[in-house]
Design a protein around this ligand. Structure first.
Ligand code: ADP
Ligand code: MG
Length: 484
């Protein structure tokens, strides 16, 4: 499915590459021992290194390096055993050293790839150009005082992974699917929590447009977009702006822009800076980073099962559709929930209940899988009650709603409310007779050839039995009675 924009001079295609900043999960910062907890008292987590006091020396945090390598492995990427840290020089109030330690020419991770599932069921591979480690900057607070700005350096020096994609993305939907997949992989790996609303994952969005088959045109970069929805909206808004410029016979100029969600438009922030503006050079305080192959291999061996592998296993071992499997592996906790419910039971039925009624209930009640009153064990018990014929499928829905409301075990709900399925054929025959007697006109119509009324009679009998009749037996009894 190709996504295009229609202009007055023809059809345009979007070209997009994303630079994602992902905050590394680690107890301390990239080059100092200061803590990294989110939401702490301003300036309570700042070492002398972070505050750039003269003479302070950075000391590389091994765990941050391991996290970057794990992430590279999870993105099927090249791990560079030799990499290097560079200084990227710029002045900003919340960057006390006047430079950011980053990696420029020799990043720790090279080319990789992410497989992305689209809502229409198709899949696409998005290339990863590189991943490098760098420090985050502090934060300027402009809303604390009418005449002054404050600086909070807690975030200063926290490790970030910058994950750069190839310009392989062709639509807002693909960008959204790519970010969701990336976030899933990072969460599985435990290398970034992916919380975009806390700023632990943010994206710079590079957009250009072209007619299909043309070489790439000039791009603009929309900085620091902090939700997946805004990334998708920003791409669309920026692409439309560029189409208008080209169609008016003008040129798009490379620049850095900001997305304004309130107006759903991007606006210019500054002209694009080039690498030479940053005067990159190797940081003289740090040795080149040399990794041992054996260390990388040990990290690789300790990785958890990743989403793609889990999805393939769910399709293979549980007979799920690729789409259902993709939905269930989106979060590790959901995948584990599913496996508990499916174990020893009908796995496709388990998947249907989880992606259907269970997710709907979570949405409706604002719960998560962790706080849900329905657990994997009680949902499994509900499936067992259906499998052994204690309740029918329709009553199961009612029992499920009671489980959502009360958190009670399904067997107790069935017991208390008298919801056991009726398999007593005498009781079923009585209900059938009563329904036929009460609907002589419908019965006549049926007998004169209106076969569709069979469903009506089934419904009436079930209703007469308060939904508790065994559907197969009800059908059988009706058929027997109507054929005479
Ligand atoms: P810089 O270092 O100046 O930001 P890069 O070449 O590293 O530039 O590219 C940054 C991002 O821009 C990458 O994600 C890349 O995929 C994307 N990109 C490059 N060229 C284009 C283009 N013509 N249109 C859209 N995105 C592009
Ligand atoms: Mg860039």
């Amino acid at each position: 499915m190709t996504y295009t924009l229609q202009g007055s001079t023809g059809t345009w295609e979007i070209v997009c590459g994303l630079e994602v900043h992902a905050q590394v999960i680690s107890r301390s910062k990239l080059f100092s021992g200061a803590a990294t907890d989110f939401g702490s008292e301003p300036n309570s987590q700042v070492s002398l290194v972070d505050a750039a006091f003269p003479g302070m020396l950075p000391v590389l945090n091994e765990e941050c390096v391991a996290q970057a390598v794990r992430t590279g492995l999870g993105l099927n990427a090249q791990i560079n055993l030799n990499s290097r840290f560079d200084r990227k020089n710029y002045f900003y109030a919340d960057l006390p050293s006047g430079y950011q330690i980053s990696q420029f020419e020799q990043p720790i991770v090279g080319r990789g790839e992410v497989e992305v599932e689209l809502p229409d069921g198709s899949a696409r591979r998005i290339g990863i150009t590189r991943l490098h480690l760098e420090q985050d900057a502090g934060k300027s607070l402009h809303d604390q005082d009418p005449s002054r700005s404050f600086i909070d350096l807690n975030r200063c020096g926290v490790a970030l992974m910058e994950i750069v994609s190839e310009p392989d993305i062709r639509s807002p939907e693909e960008a959204g699917a790519y970010l969701r997949k990336l976030r899933t992989v990072l969460r599985y790996l435990g290398t970034c929590d992916g919380n975009m609303d806390e700023g632990s994952m943010r994206a710079d969005v590079n957009v250009s447009v072209r007619h299909a088959g043309e070489p790439f045109r000039t791009r603009c970069e929309v900085k620091n977009v902090n939700s997946i929805r805004f990334v998708m909206l920003a791409i669309e808004a920026e692409a439309r702006r560029q189409v208008e410029i080209w169609e008016a016979g003008q040129e798009v100029h490379q620049e850095t822009r900001l997305f304004d969600p309130a107006r759903n438009e991007t606006r210019s922030m500054r002209s694009k800076e080039d690498a030479h503006d940053y005067r990159y050079f190797p940081d003289p305080d740090l040795l080149p980073l040399v990794l041992e192959q054996g260390w990388v291999a040990r990290l690789k061996a300790s990785l958890p099962e990743l989403p793609d592998a889990k999805r393939a296993r769910f399709v293979r071992d549980y007979g799920l559709t690729p789409y259902d499997a993709a939905v269930l592996v989106a979060e590790q906790s959901i995948a584990a929930f599913f496996e508990t419910v499916a174990s020893g039971r009908n796995a496709r039925l388990a998947a249907n209940w989880i992606t259907g009624d269970f997710f709907a209930a979570l949405n409706r009640t604002g719960r998560t899988i962790e706080t849900s009153p329905v657990t994997a064990e009680t949902l499994g018990a509900l499936l067992d009650l259906m499998a052994d014929g204690t309740i029918n499928g329709r009553i199961a829905k009612e029992v499920f709603e009671a489980m959502v409301d009360t958190g009670a075990a399904p067997a107790d709900i069935v017991q208390q409310r008298g919801l056991r399925q009726v398999t007593d054929t005498g009781a079923i025959d009585d209900a059938v007779n009563a329904v036929l007697a009460a609907n002589p006109d419908k019965l006549a119509e049926y007998r004169s050839g209106k076969d569709k009324l069979f469903g009506f009679f089934v419904g009436q009998v079930m209703k007469a039995m308060a939904g508790r009749g065994n559907p197969a037996l009800v059908n059988e009894a009706l058929r027997a009675r109507l054929s005479v």
